[in-house]
Design a protein around this ligand. Structure first.
Ligand SMILES: Nc1ncnc2c1ncn2[C@@H]1O[C@H](COP(=O)(O)OP(=O)(O)OP(=O)(O)O)[C@@H](O)[C@H]1O
Length: 298
């Protein structure tokens, strides 16, 4: 559906995208994961033909980016693109007209899209009377109203409370189940973990690693994460290394990557020569993989 190859973009001497390469298959939710400034929005602006790359190429459905491909893309930008004094239906009508939908199709699509984002009962409400979560759902509706083949959701839940976030996740799940192809940018690791078929980890405009969550897990030297609190960290690290554990720091936490999961009793036995304040075992999660990949690149 989308192919991006060796894309480069600089602002003056600052390289923002460096040989960026990835592709998205039809029906896939692809997560572009990166910290602030990694180059996510620049990539989206190039896909949407709002910005020219310095070099490299992009195709959507095998066609180079153009005014024509713009119509097969729906974008929900980070900042809501809504007219506050207009109602939900009026906002959708405005965008449906821009996309050139006929009067009958407009009517059908406005209703179908409001239903999809669970705002049919607020069709006549002005945007300014909606909660933040509702406004964000309407922002996604704008991306869907012309029945695009590729939907781009730029940080769709940033700044929302947990309930509103769950509602957006549910909506994205529904779109995924309907076979929609989605490019989702986020810096929220649990969001990418929950929603994406494949994830690309972006840093300084380059994909450092890419794959499904289980493929990405193979990049970390451990199958389980052990977080240990002790006043004798040096001794704990020495013991852990004797057992073949890999030492990591996650913020102020001392952690070890275990080559294979161990029973708690076995772990306690191995550390019984030092005082332990607390111990917890966690499965390897995207946050561990993300840190492993982005920090080893420093
Ligand atoms: N018009 C511009 N002129 C100069 N530098 C820019 C411009 N737009 C973006 N940048 C820089 O390019 C880099 C990538 O920005 P971009 O907005 O693509 O990142 P991002 O991953 O989307 O981050 P965020 O989540 O903060 O939006 C940043 O360092 C940013 O400061």
């Amino acid at each position: 559906m989308l192919r991006i190859k060796n894309l480069n973009k600089s602002y003056k001497s600052r390289k923002v995208l460096q040989n960026l390469t990835f592709s998205i298959q039809p029906g896939e939710v692809y997560g572009l994961l990166g910290a602030n400034g990694a180059g996510k929005t620049t990539t989206i602006n190039i896909i949407c033909n709002l910005l020219n790359p310095d070099s490299g190429y992009i195709t959507i459905n095998h066609q180079p980016i153009s005014e024509v491909t713009k119509k097969i893309i729906g974008i929900a930008p980070q900042e809501n693109l809504l007219y506050k004094t207009l109602s939900c239906a009026e906002n959708l009508k405005f965008f449906a007209e821009i996309y050139g939908l006929g009067r009958e199709t407009q009517k059908q699509q406005i209703e179908a899209t409001l239903k999809a984002v669970n705002l049919l009962d607020r069709a006549k409400s002005p945007v300014e009377t909606l909660s933040g979560g509702m406004q964000r759902r309407l922002n996604i509706a704008v991306a869907l109203v012309h029945q695009p083949q590729l939907v781009i959701l730029d940080e769709p839940t940033t700044g929302l409370d947990i309930e509103a976030r769950y509602e957006i996740w549910e909506l994205i799940h529904q779109l995924k189940n309907q076979g929609m192809t989605i490019l989702l940018t986020t810096h929220l690791l649990d969001e990418a973990e929950k929603l994406c078929n494949r994830i690309g980890i972006l840093k300084n405009g380059t994909i450092l690693a890419e794959g499904s969550l289980s493929e990405l897990k193979t990049l970390i030297p451990g199958q389980e994460v052990l977080v240990l609190q002790t006043t004798q960290e040096e001794q704990a690290i020495a013991l852990a290394e004797e057992y073949g554990f890999t030492t990591r720091r996650y913020g102020s936490d001392l952690a070890f990557l275990l080559p294979e999961p161990l029973e708690l009793k076995e772990i306690l036995d191995r550390f019984d020569s030092i005082p332990i304040d607390s111990i917890s075992r966690q499965p390897v999660r995207l946050e561990h993989i993300y840190l492993e990949i982005t920090q080893s690149d420093r």
